[in-house]
Design a protein around this ligand. Structure first.
Ligand code: ADP
Length: 481
């Protein structure tokens, strides 16, 4: 190719030759790698017209990985040092598709032997060569991916053929002794595996191009028996072919531990409930009978009563939470006035705490058909949080309003607020913000979880607005009766 470079002859002849070459991309770059000329072959291979690409950096033709690894600069540097550089690698076309380009790059000199730029020559390769290059790239990517995992992971292409798999995958599915690359995953899986369920899950993920959800599948392992597997897909982006991995997480042990924990919580709280009720009854007798006792005795008995009440609340929350996870929480709806319930609960708080005043705004009759004690638990939780998490304030506002066919109860405080980064987990079981965890404010992180489940079970919504350091409004809605 280099017999026609400008250094050796007529520039016009060079241009004509270059122009007539249809199956070679030939283009010149200046010293900085900016494209100066662009022949018909280059247009055919890369789809760019000369007016679209002349004046742009040649980096546009390289893959992001190569740009990050400074390959374009290295190629030109090699050409300068050794008289030519090799450019055998994936390049990127105008439609962002990749092609395997194979060719050379030469330095260009003017009449005075001064370096003025470079010429690149690239051959258009056949589809077969392209497919092979894709496959090579695919294999090496899958190999790198697999070698970073100890977990049960398999890498697949769009046709569900195995490209690679970890040793843990082979051993878990007992595929050690046979070659699995190129085989269809569903044909490989042991008979007891519900391949139809996995197939429809993967199909949906591929179609929607959404690899963020996971699926749980139970499966009878030939040796270890019934297992629960959580299957997580992950996309490994590799145009032109899509590669993705499936990770199989064996949750059997974890699940049985969780189930045992739920049973334990349920049994323990149930058993504690009876003695607590008895203590509560006796404590109430004491409050009544000790009216004439010394103030110190009276206040001690009142404190015992208060503590029993909060213990009762905690036990009920624990019981309801474990019922929720086992699907045994049964609501008992009745018709009642939600505003009256809010008034009663607020009154209770006014009697038992002295730090905050509680203002009720826009108090309007609001008949609902809901589980009254449990809706009361929700209001109690929001109100006690509003007081608990605003230690520096002295005021809480409850607002009741009707929005079309719903009643909305909002509890506003002027306290800590919730930092944005921590707002995502409050309605989860045991969800507490980090700052609160480190503070001395007591709590379990169960209240909001339970509140949100109770409200959702009653066709309502629960949410909050908050500003870090300024306060929060937690609100819920329920359908009006
Ligand atoms: P608990 O108060 O027992 O920790 P909750 O489930 O009621 O549990 O609340 C979960 C978490 O949400 C709290 O630990 C706290 O971090 C945050 N939170 C709830 N209410 C408020 C509020 N009014 N202001 C600031 N943070 C709050």
């Amino acid at each position: 190719m280099n017999q026609a470079t400008p250094e050796q002859g007529n520039l016009e002849t060079y241009k004509l030759i270059v122009e007539s070459m249809k199956s070679y991309a030939v283009f010149a770059l200046d010293k900085e790698g900016v494209i100066q000329t662009w022949n018909a072959g280059a247009q055919k291979i890369f789809y760019y017209r000369p007016d679209e690409i002349i004046g742009r950096s040649c980096n546009i033709l390289y893959t992001p990985e190569d740009i990050a690894a400074c390959v374009p600069e290295a190629e030109l540097k090699d050409a300068l040092i050794y008289g030519k550089g090799v450019n055998e690698r994936f390049h990127v076309k105008k439609d962002r598709g990749r092609i395997w380009g194979s060719g050379l790059v030469f330095p260009l000199y003017n009449d005075k032997r001064e370096h003025v730029g470079f010429t690149k020559v690239m051959q258009k390769i056949s589809e077969e060569e392209q497919a092979q290059a894709n496959l090579r790239e695919e294999r090496s990517l899958a190999q790198t991916w697999v070698s970073t995992f100890n977990e049960i992971v398999v890498i697949l292409n769009q046709e569900m053929k195995v490209v690679n798999a970890t040793a843990a995958f082979r051993s878990f599915f007992m595929l050690d002794k046979r070659p699995i690359e190129g085989a269809n995953l569903f044909e490989l899986m042991p008979g007891a595996f519900n391949t139809a369920q996995l197939e429809s899950f993967v199909d949906a993920a591929l179609k929607a191009n959404n690899f963020h959800s996971s699926v749980e599948i139970t499966f009878v392992h030939p040796v270890s028996g019934l297992r629960t597997l959580l299957i997580k897909p992950r996309r490994i982006y590799q145009p032109p072919n899509i590669l993705f991995s499936l990770e199989f997480i064996d949750q059997t042990e974890q699940q049985s531990i969780m189930q045992e924990k739920d049973v334990f919580i349920s049994v323990a709280s149930h058993e504690i409930r009876t003695p607590i009720s008895v203590i509560k009854a006796y404590a109430q007798i004491l409050v009544r009978e000790l009216k004439e006792a010394k103030p110190i005795v009276q206040s001690a008995v009142l404190k015992i009563n208060e503590q029993i009440n909060s213990m009762n609340l905690l036990i009920n929350a624990l019981l309801d939470t474990s019922k929720l996870t086992t699907g045994k929480l049964i609501l008992e709806p009745e018709i009642f006035n939600l505003s009256t319930l809010v008034q009663e609960i607020a009154e209770g708080f006014r009697l038992t705490q002295t730090t905050h005043t509680i203002e009720i705004r826009k108090d309007i009759d609001s008949l609902v058909f809901a589980d009254k004690p449990r809706t009361g638990t929700v209001i109690t939780n929001l109100l006690s949080n509003a007081i608990k998490y605003s230690p520096g304030a002295n005021h809480v506002v409850i607002e009741i309003e009707h929005i079309s066919d719903r009643v909305r109860v909002g509890v506003q405080d002027f306290g800590l607020g919730i930092p944005e980064a921590e707002q995502g987990s409050l309605f989860q079981r045991f969800g507490r913000t980090e700052s609160v965890r480190q503070s001395k404010i007591p709590g379990t992180g169960l209240g909001l979880h339970l509140a949100s489940e109770i409200i959702k079970l009653q066709s309502g919504e629960i949410n909050f607005q908050t500003e870090d350091g300024k306060g929060s409004t937690f609100y819920f809605t329920l359908p009006l009766y």
